[in-house]
Design a protein around this ligand. Structure first.
Ligand code: ANZ
Ligand code: ZN
Length: 807
């Protein structure tokens, strides 16, 4: 007899799929399903962690396909970005060649793995046919006032020599290289994502199929705060607005503190203040906000006037105040804000109690920490006696009346900094003219092509390399025709990935970003699969851009994805992250050459639930190989019977019907590991079955093959063909199961009360303990014997006896 030969099987099955063109996206979907895995950054060949992601997606695809869905399942490459330039600097390679070489390698791996992508819809963001639409979006945003240029303090990485978006600063460090991020003042482009803050926040409620943790992260990231903006004026008439969530504490203000970046602070002509500011700017925001670090500040010698009392209040510069939040100015209320309390204690600033807690007194002389709770307003003139919650409203009303303040909602979300001083990205479609200033490039002149790499120097200097490319940089103003130069910055690659999911609808359209008609067929994504590390970056940006395109009328709903699935990571046997430097990386190509695609898939899917981290082990691979070759050995000789009639009373028949039910439910909930476990158990029943010539046996192995198909597609397709089926197994309908057969058999459970038999219950096998106790307690005779007593304990022996101890 022949043996399981995965190479032969792979060739055979892949040929069948190719002929049937099963991965082609249907033109006119009736039952659409848009399945998407996050596209890949092409940094060398992919490792087993990526493979896991795509195998999960492919398993869903094959299951949905057999359920009769019309699927869109595309793939693409997030091809711009810094690593390509770094490779260029390190090894003298061309960023373009490096990127496209990596794409070719990874694409080949995906094809070897037979991931069910429709390659006709592949996109590469570094192609002008793609990035011209980044530029088009930029122009549209510009038109709507949603993109602007501003000189401000930005996150700067000294090692990458580029600015970073807030989302790219992780714990105070550069997300790419881990260098501590500092502030640098530069003129940069921003997308006004904050204009969408409210919608981005409210619509989180629509994301029913998203994991709760991602939704919480997004809510916190957007960070809505309700309060007031209150205008303090300096003695010399300069307005200093503060943002506070506690306007009810206004009478407790004993100082004002300003962020070191603030223009007012920087305008103060005092040696001490200047020195303090220089030092503070060297620190990251995270360091500055750290709870442990002692808050520091410096008095400016200037005073502001309290809007109600007219008191003089000293102005300080303090590093715990962030320039990028609220107004960058804080009213200091030491009695009711812990940071202000510590600050006041350190610098001997007076403390004034204005909120009295409900159940205790409070005195500035004895308090050891701020009282941040609510209570009754005191020392607050006309507001005395008010509850602090109501007081908030009353204070705001009073401020509004005199024009010195207003109710205000503030978000933690910052505008999205999108310009980068790097080469390998989308050129910003703007011309700077001496006469006309900033002039957007007219739409019909798009794309603004990235100049050839021979003309630029990648070594980061902090200045944009595109300035080197003379023919690119020097140009004529589109408005006046006079001498002008192009903007030399390129776009953050998160712009590319903020809308790529929409380009797949119509990837080769050269008239429009995509046609509305194609979008209507497929939008939105039904299941999006990718890493949780994108929770507050990409997953916010792509929600924003989808909303923007909805507002432009290109889409008929404004959320990109109905459901999101975060897969876990793949670690080595010891639980360590795989990395080239640790030499513990498992290459998918090596593996599929050694054990085949199906065994690789089974090993990945069986090792852990897909949302959990997975410890990669050779044992798992061996188990998968054994599983598949057992199937082959036990199925192959019995394949040539058609339409077998199973014996419905046979336990083997009942077994396969139950397995179909379990596997269907598991696939429905993406519990691939338990689905495979059910298949393995069923296989044990099959291999122990004596009468191989029976129609029941043939029926069972044929049904088994169908539910094996999403997990081990090659072997399933091969066996299916051997059953004599002409068309692909993936065009076959997903099997239903026979309801009667999956019902559990009835067992008798004896119920004892204090050791004496009081009832016999006829119930389904494997009924839960809770259910058994419930039905025992409702049994008349049992009720009579425990009447008036208290149940102390119940002991249940599954499917047999329930003991009740009652006293
Ligand atoms: C006065 C006050 C009194 C405050 C009090 C709190 C308690 P959230 O909830 O995070 O929005 N704040 C405002 N802008 C700031 C900035 N740029 N950097 C650091 N802190 C800032 O926090 C709002 C509170 O944080 C504001 O309310 C302000 O302090 C402070 F009893 O104002 B509060
Ligand atoms: Zn001009």
């Amino acid at each position: 007899m022949s043996r399981y030969n995965f190479k032969e099987i792979e060739e055979f099955s892949q040929e069948r799929w190719k002929k049937a063109k099963i991965y082609k996206t249907p033109e006119n979907p009736e039952k659409k399903f848009y399945l998407l895995e996050m596209f890949a950054y092409p940094s060398g060949d992919m490792h087993i962690g990526h493979t896991r992601n795509y195998v999960i997606g492919d398993t869903v695809w094959r299951y949905k396909k057999m359920q009769g869905y019309d699927l869109l399942h595309p793939f693409g490459w997030d091809a711009f970005g810094l690593p390509a330039e770094q490779a260029a600097i390190k090894r003298g390679e061309s960023p373009k060649k490096w990127t496209y070489g990596n794409i070719a390698t990874s694409r080949n791996t995906l094809k070897r793995l037979q991931i069910s992508y429709d390659w006709d819809r592949e996109i590469i963001t570094a192609e002008p046919e793609y990035y011209r639409w980044n530029q088009w979006l930029f122009l549209k945003l510009f038109e709507k006032g949603l993109v602007y240029r501003k000189k401000s303090f930005v996150n700067w990485c000294d090692s990458c020599k580029t600015v970073l978006a807030n989302e790219q600063v992780i714990g105070g460090e550069c997300w790419r290289c881990g260098t501590s991020v500092r502030k640098k003042e530069m003129e940069q482009w921003f997308i006004r994502i904050t204009a969408y803050a409210e919608r981005l926040l409210n619509d989180i409620d629509k994301l029913e199929g998203w994991p709760e943790n991602v939704k919480i992260m997004q809510r916190n990231w957007i960070g809505r705060s309700e309060g007031a903006e209150i205008d303090f004026y300096t003695e010399d008439g300069y307005k200093l607005p503060v943002f506070t969530t506690r306007p009810d504490t206004l009478f407790g203000v004993t100082f004002i503190s300003i962020a070191p970046e603030h223009p007012y602070a920087r305008g103060i002509d005092k040696e001490e203040v200047k020195k303090y500011i220089d030092n503070a700017l060297m620190m990251s925001e995270i360091e500055r906000q750290s709870e442990e670090r002692e808050k520091t500040g410096v008095p400016t010698g200037k005073f502001a006037i309290h809007p109600f009392t007219g008191e003089k209040i000293e102005i300080w510069v303090a590093d715990y105040v962030l320039a990028s939040y609220g107004t960058g100015i804080v009213m200091g209320v030491p009695a009711h804000d812990q940071r202000d309390f510590e600050f006041a204690k350190k610098y001997n600033i007076p403390i004034k109690v204005v909120i009295m807690p409900p159940d205790q007194g409070l005195s500035p002389d004895t308090m050891e920490m701020a009282y941040e709770g609510h209570g009754m307003m005191v020392n607050s003139a006309q507001f005395n006696g008010l509850d602090s919650e109501l007081g908030k409203k009353k204070v705001i009303e009073a401020l509004e009346k005199v024009g010195k303040g207003r109710g205000k909602v503030t978000y933690r979300l910052r505008d999205w900094l999108i310009s980068r001083q790097r080469y390998w990205g989308t050129p910003i479609p703007v011309v700077h003219c001496e006469k006309c200033g900033i002039v957007p490039v007219p739409e019909e002149q798009l794309p603004v092509l990235l100049p050839p790499e021979e003309e630029v120097n990648f070594i980061p200097t902090g200045r944009s390399p595109l300035e080197d490319a003379r023919d690119f940089y020097h140009t004529k103003c589109p408005k006046c025709g006079g001498p002008a130069h192009r903007d030399a910055d390129t776009m953050d690659t998160f712009v590319d990935s903020s809308w790529y999911h929409l380009r797949y609808f119509d990837p080769h359209n050269d008239k429009e970003i995509f046609s509305k008609e194609e979008a209507r067929k497929w939008h939105p994504i039904d299941l999006y699969i990718g890493g949780v590390e994108h929770a507050t970056g990409h997953l916010i940006y792509f929600r924003f851009m989808t909303k923007f395109l909805y507002d432009l009328g290109y889409l008929d709903s404004d959320e990109p994805a109905l459901a999101l699935f975060n897969q876990g990571m793949v670690m080595d046997e010891k639980g360590e992250v795989m990395s080239k430097s640790k030499e513990n990386v498992v290459s998918p190509i090596g593996l599929i050459e050694r054990v085949g695609v199906d065994a690789t898939r089974i090993a990945i899917l069986f090792a852990a639930p897909p949302e959990r981290d997975l410890l990669w082990s050779e044992k798992g691979v061996k188990g998968a190989e054994r599983f598949l070759s057992r199937i082959y050995n036990h199925f192959m000789p019995y394949i040539d019977k058609k339409n077998p009639e199973p014996d419905k009373k046979d336990p083997l028949y009942r077994g396969i019907e139950k397995t179909k039910k379990i596997v269907t439910e598991d696939l429905e909930h993406m519990r691939f590991n338990t689905g495979i476990a059910a298949l393995m158990e069923m296989l044990n029943q099959i291999t122990a079955y004596p009468s191989r010539d029976s129609e029941t046996y043939v029926y069972v192995i044929q049904e088994f093959t169908k539910i094996l198909a999403p997990f081990a597609p090659h072997l399933a397709e091969f066996l299916y063909a051997k059953f004599g089926e002409k068309q692909s197994i993936f065009l076959e309908a997903w099997p239903s199961y026979h309801e009667d057969a999956v019902k559990e058999e009835i067992v008798t459970v004896v119920v004892q009360v204090n050791g004496k038999v009081r009832a016999r219950l006829e119930i389904e096998r494997n009924t839960s303990e809770e259910e058994v106790i419930k039905s025992a307690l409702s049994h008349e005779n049992v009720k009579r014997h425990i009447d008036g007593k208290e149940i102390r304990k119940t002991i249940y022996i599954k499917n047999k006896i329930l003991n009740i101890v009652a006293r």
